[in-house]
Design a protein. Structure first.
Length: 363
């Protein structure tokens, strides 16, 4: 009988155990890689609406488009708040890549047993939410992240009949739009600062104006005088501009529609013109309204104005956004104004980029 070498045997068993562990780890890693979610892709302001075809082509779809793709405030030529793309659940199944976009809104009468979208929504909405909707207003909304891809927003807007679904859209569109805008901010910031920041211009602004502003690398100082600066970005297609101005706060009338309009007209009349003689920039609130409201600007009271500018004596114009911010510690007002000149280019994203930059100001 051959003698068993226990030392050799244990070595062999140990080697087998290590190999089995490595194989198990490798297979788990492989499974993990295969099951890992992709990163969601797509542009800001782009939303996929998942709904049955009859819903999208009927009254519910018309109402949804009325609120979610109405005109973006405020541009010389109308552009929608959101670009909408419609998919049915079957459309989603046809191509897996359609499940990896950034933002989805699911729209359905969740009690409709014949609805493919309702069936798709049931699991994510849950029976408790459905029961609560039936006992309450008849509608509800839930939001989920990363359903099919990382960085993805999924919004479920449901009703217990067509009338309650319509009421849901009318009553909650502003909340949903705000949520989508919050999700898009990260992508907008990535686009704005894709080339980095201009530390030199930032230091110049801090020294001259006493404020901090996160300035993209492609902006330069176009003009600087006491209490006023103009920085801009210029390409072959457009120019993007930011005016900064500070002045003493003397009366509450300064923080009004008339006050911000008069101040902006005074500054732009002095500094912004073309090659045409007697040309200067003014607010044009005759052809289109200027929208003014009070806002909280980084914990300071401010007046926000959105409108259209034009050049007197010249055929140039475009959109602008202004903030007139009150700093009670120094008893000063800061005018932060952004305007675009892009005669042959869409302007929605350009204005969103400017708004993002202005909202990085620290006073």
């Amino acid at each position: 009988m051959k003698e068993i070498n226990f030392k050799t045997c244990w070595k062999g068993l140990f080697a087998l155990a290590i190999a089995a562990f490595i194989c198990t780890s490798c297979s788990e890693e492989a499974r993990s890689r295969l099951s890992a979610k992709a990163n969601a892709f797509g542009k800001a302001n782009h939303v996929v609406v998942v709904a049955d075809r009859d819903v999208w082509e009927g009254e519910v779809g018309d109402t949804f488009r009325f609120y979610f793709s109405s005109a973006f405030l405020i541009l010389p030529q109308p552009e929608p708040i959101l670009d909408l793309k419609h998919f049915t659940p079957l459309d989603l199944d046809k191509d897996p890549i359609r499940r990896e976009l950034r933002t989805y809104i699911y729209l359905s009468d969740i009690t409709d047993k014949s609805s493919e979208t309702a069936a798709l929504m049931q699991e994510d909405v849950g029976s408790e939410r459905i029961l609560s909707a039936k006992q309450g207003k008849g509608y509800g909304n839930i939001q989920k992240k990363d359903k099919y891809a990382l960085g993805q927003l999924n919004v479920y807007m449901f009703g217990t009949n067509k009338e309650s679904l319509l009421a849901n859209i009318k009553n909650n569109y502003s909340t949903i739009l705000k949520r989508i805008k919050e999700e898009d901010e990260e992508l907008i910031a990535a686009n704005v600062y894709a080339g980095g920041q201009s530390r030199k211009v930032e230091a110049n602004i801090s020294e001259a104006m006493g404020i901090k502003l996160k300035v993209p690398a492609d902006y330069f100082v176009a003009m600087e005088e006491e209490n006023t600066m103009w920085i801009r970005k210029m390409t072959k297609e457009f120019s993007s501009n930011i005016l900064l101005h500070k002045l003493p706060y003397t009366a509450k009338e300064q923080l009004s529609y008339e006050g911000i309009k008069a101040l902006r007209d005074t500054i732009t009349r002095q500094y912004v013109s073309s090659d045409v003689r007697e040309s200067y920039m003014l607010v044009n609130d005759q052809d289109l309204p200027m929208f003014v409201k009070n806002v909280d600007f980084n914990n300071l009271f401010a007046v926000e104005a959105k409108g259209i500018w034009e050049l007197n004596n010249d055929y140039m114009g475009g959109p602008f956004i202004s903030y007139l911010v009150h700093n009670p510690e120094s008893n000063e007002l800061f005018l932060l104004d952004g305007f675009i000149f892009a005669p042959s280019k869409k302007k929605r994203e350009l204005m969103q980029y400017l708004e993002h930059i202005l909202n990085t100001v620290e006073i």
